[in-house]
Design a binder for this molecule. Structure first.
Ligand SMILES: [Zn+2]
Length: 315
């Protein structure tokens, strides 16, 4: 009888231990043992030209452009912790730390998550960026769960890859990226909103360089903008498209055709003076990719005209 009680107690104790272990795994799924030093080694610095740096860790990207009136940064990455590292690299490369502007290409958290790191600069974005960011950050618990799931999924994926493969390294980078965002949330991250917003267009003149921005219309998000630096013949397009002009539009059902056409004309007017196109995840694109994207917008416009003229047929 006494023996039975002891066995039962051991079983109950073991079950409690397993339960605690499972809860621990669930709450802290990210056991990435990447040290700070190892993370530093995975960060790439690409000098696009004498004034432009692309600092990245996989898909996490921050661009910095040096001007006579201070440094302008395009997008702020997914987390404060990684972006703080990028900032140090930019300061070291440019040998200065006067950050004048941060421009968010759109509201998505993987472009605005590190805004806090550049809170000493003026932060510029489209006016919808503020609304979209407020909406997104409303439910932090949901974001936490989402991040946990993403990290777990990547960790499971990693198990089936050979650690020597390049793909495996890319997955590691994704884990670090989302893990950093998760850690930020666990330490009460500060959400930092843009300080200056615009509706249609905005131009910034910084002595030797200028930044010309236009709202694209609802497409990939509700706040996508294009940023053009004529002196560098450089266009930055956020997440609007990737190689081959492949559009990444999330809100097709709410096509903002009129605004798209305005943006298309804006691009066409400048196209002979655009040599390099960089998207929001660091892909360096060219004239052909831009031309393919413009063609896609044109087709959308034509299709929309056809749909609306069919809709107006009187019966
Ligand atoms: Zn995006």
């Amino acid at each position: 009888m006494k023996k039975n009680v002891i066995v039962k107690s051991i079983i109950i104790l073991a079950s409690i231990c397993i339960l605690i272990f499972l809860i621990w795994i669930y709450l802290f799924p990210n056991r990435s043992n990447k040290s700070n030093e190892n993370i530093d080694k995975l960060i790439s610095v690409n000098k696009l030209n004498t004034k432009t740096l692309i600092v990245s860790l996989g898909y996490d990207v921050v661009m910095a452009i040096e001007t006579q009136k201070g440094i302008a940064v395009i997008d702020a990455g997914i987390s404060n912790s990684l972006t703080a590292k990028y900032r140090k690299i930019i300061e070291r490369e440019f040998k200065r730390h006067d950050f004048a502007y941060l421009i968010n290409t759109h509201s998505h958290w993987d472009h605005t998550g590190g805004n806090q790191v550049f809170a000493d600069a003026v932060i510029i974005a489209h006016e919808n960026c503020v609304t979209e960011m407020s909406e997104y950050w409303k439910d932090k618990n949901k974001i936490k769960l989402n991040l946990q799931k993403i990290v777990n999924d990547y960790e499971n994926k990693l198990k089936s890859f050979d650690p020597e493969w390049q793909d495996s390294l890319e997955i590691e980078k994704q884990i670090i990226r989302y893990q950093s965002a998760y850690n930020d949330l666990m330490t009460n991250r500060l959400v930092t909103f843009p300080t200056i917003t615009f509706k249609d267009t905005m131009n910034l003149f910084m002595s030797d360089l200028s930044f010309h921005m236009i709202y694209f219309g609802r497409a990939h998000s509700g706040s996508d903008i294009l940023i053009y630096v004529p002196e560098l013949e450089l266009l930055m397009t956020g997440d609007l498209f990737s190689e081959g002009g492949r559009a990444a539009f999330d809100v097709l059902e709410k096509k903002d055709i009129k605004q798209w056409m305005t943006a298309k004309k804006w691009i066409e007017k400048r196209k002979d003076n655009i040599e390099t196109v960089v998207n929001g995840h660091g892909s360096i694109l060219g004239k052909n990719d831009l031309a393919a994207f413009v063609k896609y917008i044109n087709e959308m416009g034509t299709e929309s005209k056809r749909v609306s003229s069919t809709g107006n047929v009187k019966m």
